[in-house]
Each structure stands twice: as structure tokens, then as C-alpha cells.
Design a protein around this ligand. Structure first.
Ligand code: COA
Length: 173
């Protein structure tokens, strides 16, 4: 069994879209911001451009997408926002991740978050904000295992479950 955390690439289309379908209705948007009207190669190129801070939609901040590959299959996805806008500072946070149901409880989210912390550190972030729903025990455990200290719990502007906000202090790059 092997786990590789890497950039999205041109051969990921089928797995990535299958994963996206598995998350429909779950409250976690795997594909964000997958735009089905884009050809896959164009989508991958756009995602890489966003990581460099290029071609960003209005109001967006630079964001790096990473993939967890388990035995050659796309199993998880990570987003690392390099800075915070108002929404991200309130409930979105710097880092988001999701693991496909069939691949959970293998340490993949923990490995993704660790990878994301290194990306944030290289982007110059000193203190990473990671959030999760107050009832998301799995994600809270992952964050705490990676050094997260719960700052507070806030209401989500869209309603629903309150959100826990965790800080993770990074050493300088
Ligand atoms: C939350 C989520 C990312 C966890 O992914 P994962 O790869 O299964 O997490 P890990 O294997 O790294 O879990 C690490 C630890 O967290 C705890 N944990 C994980 N999922 C758990 C669950 N459903 N219930 C209770 N504890 C859980 C366990 O202690 C686990 O360690 P263990 O398996 O050795 O006991 C995954 O369930 C998921 O994608 N959920 C939907 C999307 C989501 O909630 N994303 C996070 C948004 S903040």
C-alpha cells in the first residue's frame, strides 16, 4: 500500500470526477471549483495557475490543490489558501480536505493536512487557520493531531452547525 501526495495531473480526470460525485450532498464540495464546461486539460492548467496566483476569479486568493493517491487511485483532495479574505478568516480557513469514503481511516487526511501546512509555510503563513463543523469528530481529530489549538467556535454565516476554529502556529520558512 502506498500513499503519495502530489499535484493534480492530466491523468486524474476519471477518478477526480468519480470522487466529486461521491461528495454530492455531503456538505463538502470536492470539486470546488470544478467547472464542467472546461475541458479537463484546461481545468488542470487553471488549477495550477491559481496556485501561482494567476487567473483567479474575482475575490479569490491564491490556492494550491493537492491530491492524495492511494495505490494509484485518487483518494483525497486538499486545498491550501495562501491568504485569507473575510469569509476565509471567519469560517473557511486556510486549508480544506476531503477523503473518499472507501479510503477513510487510513491516515490520508492527516497526511494531507501535514502536506498543506508545509505549503502554507512556504507561502509565508505564520499561523494557519483550519476550521471544521463542531460535530465533525474525524476532522477535529485530524487537526488536533497536526497541532491545532482550538481558538473558538463561531456560527456559520449560512446557518447550520457552528464551526470550530483551530490555529496551527508554523515555524518560518
Ligand atoms: C474527516 C475526514 C477528512 C477524515 O479523513 P480520514 O482520511 O479518514 O482521516 P484519518 O484517517 O487521517 O483520521 C485520523 C484520525 O481521526 C479520527 N477519525 C477520523 N474519522 C473519524 C470518524 N469518522 N469518527 C471518529 N474519529 C475519526 C480517528 O481517530 C483517526 O485515527 P484512527 O483511524 O487511527 O483512529 C473524512 O472523513 C472526510 O473526508 N469527511 C468528509 C469531508 C470533511 O469532513 N472534510 C473536512 C472538512 S473540515
Amino acid at each position: 500500500m502506498s500513499l503519495l501526495i502530489r499535484d493534480l495531473n492530466f491523468s486524474d480526470e476519471a477518478d477526480y470526477r468519480a470522487a466529486s460525485n461521491e461528495f454530492v450532498g455531503s456538505g463538502f464540495d470536492w470539486s470546488a471549483p470544478l467547472e464542467p464546461q472546461l475541458a479537463w486539460t484546461e481545468y488542470v492548467a487553471t488549477v495550477h495557475a491559481w496556485s501561482r496566483g494567476e487567473s483567479l476569479p474575482p475575490g479569490w486568493v491564491p490556492v494550491t490543490t493537492r491530491i492524495a493517491e492511494w495505490d494509484g487511485v485518487v483518494a483525497g483532495r486538499l486545498s491550501v489558501r495562501h491568504e485569507l479574505n473575510d469569509f476565509l478568516a471567519h469560517v473557511g480557513g486556510h486549508i480544506g480536505y476531503g477523503v473518499r469514503p472507501a479510503f477513510r481511516r487510513r491516515g490520508i487526511a492527516t497526511a494531507l493536512l501535514r502536506d498543506g501546512l508545509e505549503i502554507a509555510r512556504r507561502a509565508g503563513v505564520a499561523k494557519v487557520l483550519v476550521t471544521c463543523r463542531d460535530d465533525n469528530i474525524g476532522s477535529a481529530t485530524v487537526i488536533e493531531r497536526c497541532g491545532g489549538v482550538c481558538r473558538d467556535t463561531v456560527e456559520h454565516p449560512d446557518g447550520g452547525q457552528p464551526m470550530r476554529r483551530y490555529d496551527i502556529v508554523l515555524s518560518p520558512a
